[in-house]
Design a binder for this molecule. Structure first.
Ligand code: PMP
Length: 428
């Protein structure tokens, strides 16, 4: 098939008629499909149901250090839970605080604490005229929502295949004292599936921030979320790299078992330096007497160690992989050669990122919606919901069944074609 841009006006008009007919036919099917959010499917949640049997009325409720998990106390997590989460993140238990059921809460709390009380004795951000934040794009909408909520000015940093554009990151961080943080999803990034290269991680660790209270928000949400057995990305340990570079306090790392056990009922943790742990705990001790240790015990008794987590992720991958492959096959079969969009095959994580022709993303998402397919809103992968090129669309293949996913991808591809033809006709 010829690239659409090389078609004449007459050819485009004819194609538009054909595509419109196909679209109307699809619409008449009354489909109800959803590729909007990165949620595990019920089949994945079923994988962990037997975890609920590991702690019951007959269980010994004492942790390894004798802590009664049923009672108050143990602010920063049971020793065995710290070890499990440390092994997941590739760091040491001394660097870990275990929090509650979700990592997003820890990230929100970290920004909030810095805003009201400051970072390690520095001026609270609420007292500063300007606070800025670097946002690699496309990125995760809920990250951007947190910084927007606190009135922090967000600056787009383009992503490359190796991670964020580090020349730009260094320029901002090393020269502008009002830059206080950066959102990073370093492994199987949301939404592109990019893995930060060793060089990128080392450049992060060797930043020379103008602001003493600059922190890297290293959201390792997909740290063990591989899709393939034989193609698993390795990521350097940022906490260790920062310590080696003489910047031990520069990073907060986050992770959770949301997409290992149950979203909303997992365990979440932060890894960072001793000084940061002491600083965080000052606020934490005001917020809570301790998190849900019964859930911590349940997870540790079930997964036992990092190998238990990895084995479960293999089972998740068995369910996820066919959906990713079905989607990618449809994109390949329907769109390759047309020059109406680009995408990259991810090896882990929860998303496929699609870049449409400039000015087409909103139209594609709205065509999908009209025909019964809900996608993540166009623009959501950018701060303030504003994609300057109106091009990026996040595809979340995890929730539908493989059959539904194929139908959804088919409809999506059709909408991409139709929107692209409409766009090209504007200039013919
Ligand atoms: N970070 C990223 C990058 C995510 O994609 C998600 C879930 N979509 C989360 C955090 C949410 O994690 P949690 O359930 O631990 O809050």
């Amino acid at each position: 098939m010829k690239a659409y841009k090389d078609l004449s006006k007459d050819e485009l008009l004819k194609l538009k008629d054909e595509l419109t007919q196909q679209y109307e036919d699809k619409k008449a099917l009354g489909l109800r499909l959803n590729m909007a959010r990165g949620k595990p499917a019920a089949a994945q949640l079923n994988l962990t149901m037997d975890m609920l049997d590991t702690v019951n009325s007959a269980s010994d409720m004492l942790a390894s250090d004798g802590t009664d998990s049923r009672n108050y106390g143990c602010l920063d997590g049971l020793p065995e839970t710290k070890k499990l989460m440390a092994d997941m993140m590739g760091t040491n238990p001394e660097n870990v605080i275990v929090f509650g059921n979700a990592s997003l809460t820890i990230m929100y709390d970290s920004v909030s604490r810095s805003y009201t009380h400051g970072v390690c004795g520095n001026t609270p951000w609420c007292k500063l005229d300007k606070v800025k934040w670097l946002c690699p794009v496309p990125g995760y909408d809920r990250h951007f929502a947190i910084t927007e909520h606190f009135g922090i000015e967000m600056i787009n940093i383009p992503m490359t295949q190796d991670g964020p554009d580090m020349d730009l990151v260094e320029k901002y961080v090393n020269n502008d004292e009002s830059v206080k943080g950066i959102w990073c999803v370093p492994k199987y990034s949301n939404p592109q599936g990019v893995v930060y290269s060793d060089e990128t991680v080392k450049r992060f660790a060797n930043l020379k921030p103008a602001a003493k209270d600059f922190r890297i928000y290293w959201d390792n949400a997909y740290v063990i979320h591989h899709l393939y057995d034989d193609n698993q990305a390795e990521l350097l340990d940022i906490v260790g790299e920062c310590a080696k570079a003489g910047n031990p306090d520069m990073v907060y790392e986050f992770a959770s078992t949301s997409k290992v056990s149950f979203p909303g009922s997992g365990i979440a943790a932060m890894a960072t330096s001793a000084a940061n742990i002491a600083d965080v705990k000052k606020t934490m001790t005001i917020q809570t007497i301790g998190h849900d240790k019964i859930n911590q015990l349940r997870h540790v008794r079930y997964f036992k160690d990092i190998n238990g987590l990895k084995a479960k992720m293999k089972a998740h991958a068995e369910i996820m992989r066919p959906k990713f492959e079905a989607t990618l096959k449809v994109l390949e079969d329907e769109l390759s050669g047309l020059e109406v969009g680009t995408w990259v095959k991810p090896y882990g994580g929860y998303f496929i990122s699609f870049d449409a022709m400039e000015g087409c993303a909103k139209r594609i998402v709205s065509l999908c919606k009209e025909a019964g397919l809900v996608m993540t809103g166009a623009g959501a992968t950018f701060p303030y919901g504003r994609d300057p090129k109106d091009s990026n669309i996040r595809i979340a293949p995890s929730f539908p069944t493989p059959d539904e996913m194929e139908q959804a991808a088919d409809l999506f591809a059709l909408c991409v074609k139709l929107a692209s033809v409409e766009k090209l006709l504007e200039t013919k």
